[in-house]
Write a protein of this length. Structure first.
Length: 387
């Protein structure tokens, strides 16, 4: 069989792409070297923040809004709860240049994006923050952007649901099968794995941090940097009910470089908190997937104790995930520089999951129609040729 499209890597973007492709044709194949959902890449950790006004740039907002619609449609189709609305509280100093995901002025950009797209929100002063959200410690002059429709997604459930739906529509899914290489043919692309050879008219590579391997012979071989990130769940010593989704929104403390979620795992499950670090490059093959006691202690002393009320030093759980960063923090959605029938998508940059459902639609449109209704010029590789 010649597949209309082959998707390699079935995490956030790949599972979404396969689901969207399967709505148009059953002649699609999904391949993954693991058994998704899994914990080896960038799509795990129980929860992922979703928000509509995107401080990383207004060009992301149409992807976020479309993703909300896709998640809700999937919930209707399957009965699975994928998206939980808690509201989102994003705190920082006005006119701050502090960056998030390589984007300075993140909080101000968030507010402007909300105003531009008519996204319901409030801007709270420091006293209002202390009164409404006493779970945090604030700095003088802090303001809070509160977005009513922000919340969290269940990444593992989202991946599993989209793969399940793709299979029901006739897609072929093969797991525990590793990509060895691909070559151009007259009719498209020949894909070789450690278990066989497949032919497709288009190939979509959504391989997360492994996408660096697909660029190693191109001019962009040094473009992407893989960084190790740690997610922590700390013990709640205060009143547990103050930290549940009914009371606590998802949150980002921009000046303090810490973000987190309401507690969803019961009183013994802790509260999920994390920071972001870009100091040391790694790879998916060499990354240290263990979390040391010294890391946990440092996280608590530097990021938890100064910023939260009622969170204790005991870490009940921790996991490692990977960011794959471009120099400007934006995604890559483009043709492979050497293979026009190969489409690359790299969005493992710390805020990709919320956009993944719509990115899957973009990739399906590019593969089957050669074009998309979304504006993707900010995500094309040519932007780095001009820098």
């Amino acid at each position: 069989m010649i597949f209309d499209a082959i998707v390699v890597g079935l995490g956030a973007m790949g599972s979404a792409a396969l689901y969207q492709l399967s709505a148009q044709t059953p002649r699609v194949l999904g391949l993954d070297q693991f058994s998704p959902p899994h914990t080896m890449g960038s799509t795990h950790g129980d929860t992922r923040i979703t928000r509509q006004a995107i401080g990383e740039g207004a060009h992301f907002v149409p992807l976020a809004l479309r993703s909300y619609a896709i998640w809700r449609d999937l919930e209707q189709r399957t009965g699975h709860q994928l998206l939980t609305i808690t509201g989102g509280l994003f705190v920082g100093q006005p006119n701050s240049a502090v960056a998030m995901h390589h984007k300075p002025g993140w909080l101000d950009t968030t507010i402007r994006a909300a105003e531009q797209f008519g996204i319901p929100h409030q801007v709270l002063d420091t006293e209002s923050l202390r009164r409404q959200f006493p779970q945090f410690r604030y700095q003088p002059g802090d303001i809070g952007y509160f977005e009513e429709e922000a919340g969290f997604l269940r990444p593992e459930r989202c991946v599993a649901t989209q793969l399940e739906q793709a299979r029901q529509r006739g897609a072929t899914v093969r797991t525990q099968e590793r990509l060895l290489g691909f070559t151009a043919t007259d009719g498209g692309i020949r894909v070789q794995t450690d278990q066989g050879i497949y032919h497709g008219r288009k190939l979509i590579l959504t391989t997360g941090s492994w996408i660096t391997e697909s660029l190693r012979h191109s001019p962009y071989r040094k473009l992407l940097t893989v960084n190790r990130q740690v997610l922590y769940w700390f013990d709640i010593e205060g009143d547990y009910a103050r930290y549940t989704p009914d009371t606590l929104p998802v949150f980002i403390l921009n000046e303090r470089n810490v973000y987190g979620f309401p507690a969803v795992g019961g009183p013994a499950g802790g509260i999920k908190l994390a920071t972001e670090t870009y100091e040391h490059a790694t790879s998916p093959h060499t990354v240290d997937r263990t979390v040391s006691e010294s890391e946990i202690r440092l996280m608590y002393e530097q990021y938890v104790a100064p910023n939260f009320v009622g969170i204790g030093p005991r870490c009940v759980k921790s996991v490692v995930c990977l960011y794959t960063m471009t120099p400007d923090g934006d995604f890559i959605i483009d043709q492979h520089p050497e293979h026009p029938d190969v489409i690359l998508a790299s969005a493992c940059s710390g805020h990709g999951f919320k956009h993944s459902a719509a990115v899957g639609q973009v990739l399906a449109e590019l593969a089957l129609e050669g074009r998309t209704g979304f504006t993707i010029s900010p995500f094309q590789l040519s932007r780095f040729d001009r820098s």
